[in-house]
Design a protein around this ligand. Structure first.
Ligand code: SAM
Length: 268
C-alpha cells in the first residue's frame, strides 16, 4: 500500500509515498513533494524529511548519529540489553512474544515504530504479519542506514522515514499500532512526543511501550543520575504512568523486571 504522510511544512498538505519505496530489495532514489510543492529527497529508500536542517538534541541523542554507534548498537548492545537491565535471561524472543501478544497484528493494518534505531521492532512486526505495512521512524540518518541494511538482509519491507518524533508527519488517527522501545528515556521532550503519538494513533489502536525506570539500589541510582547529565531521564512507574495518562493514554497492561518496564497503552 502507498503511504500518505503530512507535509512537515504545511499542516494540511499531504504527500503520497509510492509503495516501491518500502521494497528494500531494490534501491529507490528520487524526490517527493506535497500538493503545496515542498520537496523531500528519498535516498536509497530512506525518506528524508529533515535534510540538512539542524535538529536540537542532547548528548545521548547525538551519539545515535555516529556511524559506529549505529553499526554496533543492535549486535553488541540491544540483543543483550534486556538481560542486563532486567537481571534475568531476557532474549529478544521473549520481547517479541510480548509485542505480538499485545499488538495483536492484523493484515492490512498500519504500524509505526517511533525512534526505531535499526528497525528491530519493525522487522519483528513485518515478519510476523507480512500483509501489514510498517513505518520505521528515526531522526538519525546513520541508524536508518543500518535499519535499511538489516531489513534488506532479512528480506523485510518497511518504510524508513527520517523525521522528528516531536512533530510526527502524519494526519490524526493514522496508525493501528505504535511501538517505542527504549526511546522515551532519551527524548528531550517526552510529553510532546507522547501527545503526538496520541494524535496519530486510531481510537482502537495499541501503543507498545518499553522504557527504563528508576533503579531502587543506591549505586544503580548513582549511575542513572550521571546518565541524566547526558540527557537520559528515568521516572518511577507511577511518574511514567502519570505522563502516559496526561498524554491521553490508559494503561491496559504493564509489567516490570529490574529497571525495564513494558506497558500496553490504549487511547483513553
Ligand atoms: C534507545 S534508541 C531506540 C532503540 C530501538 N527502538 C530498539 O528497540 O532497539 C533511541 C532512538 O530514538 C531516536 N530518537 C531520539 N529522539 C528522537 C526524536 N526526537 N525523533 C526521532 N528519533 C529520535 C534516536 O536517534 C535513537 O535511534
Amino acid at each position: 500500500m502507498s503511504l500518505e504522510i503530512r507535509s512537515p511544512k504545511y499542516e494540511r498538505a499531504s504527500i503520497t509515498i509510492p509503495e516501491e519505496v518500502a521494497h528494500l530489495q531494490k534501491s529507490f532514489n528520487g524526490t517527493i513533494c506535497s500538493n503545496k510543492g515542498d520537496e523531500y529527497a528519498i535516498n536509497n529508500n530512506i525518506i528524508d524529511l529533515l535534510g540538512d536542517d539542524p535538529v536540537s538534541m542532547s548528548l545521548a541523542q547525538s551519539s545515535n548519529h555516529w556511524k559506529v554507534t549505529a553499526a554496533l548498537y543492535e549486535d553488541i548492545w540491544r540483543k543483550r540489553s534486556l538481560s542486563i537491565l532486567t537481571g534475568e535471561e531476557f532474549p529478544i524472543e521473549k520481547e517479541r512474544e510480548l509485542l505480538m501478544d499485545w499488538l495483536h497484528l492484523q493484515p492490512g493494518k498500519l504500524y509505526l515504530d517511533i525512534g526505531c534505531s535499526t528497525a528491530l521492532y519493525g522487522r519483528l512486526i513485518k515478519k510476523a504479519q507480512p500483509d501489514c505495512d510498517v513505518v520505521s521512524l528515526d531522526f538519525s540518518k546513520q541508524m536508518l542506514q543500518e535499519a535499511r541494511l538489516k531489513s534488506e538482509a532479512e528480506e523485510v519491507d518497511t518504510y524508513l522515514l527520517r523525521a522528528d518524533a516531536r512533530h510526527l508527519p502524519f494526519f490524526g488517527a493514522t496508525f493501528d499500532g505504535l511501538t517505542m522501545g527504549g526511546t522515551l528515556n532519551e527524548l528531550t521532550d517526552p510529553l510532546k512526543v507522547l501527545y503526538e503519538a496520541r494524535r496519530v494513533i486510531k481510537k482502537d489502536g495499541t501503543f507498545f511501550m518499553m522504557h527504563l525506570v528508576k533503579a531502587e539500589a543506591w549505586y544503580a541510582r548513582l549511575l542513572q543520575d550521571s546518565a541524566e547529565f547526558g540527557g537520559i531521564k528515568f521516572w518511577d512507574i507511577a511518574e511514567s504512568n502519570t505522563m502516559f495518562e496526561r498524554a491521553g493514554f490508559s494503561i491496559a497492561d504493564q509489567f516490570s523486571r529490574g529497571i525495564v518496564c513494558f506497558s500496553k497503552l490504549n487511547p483513553a
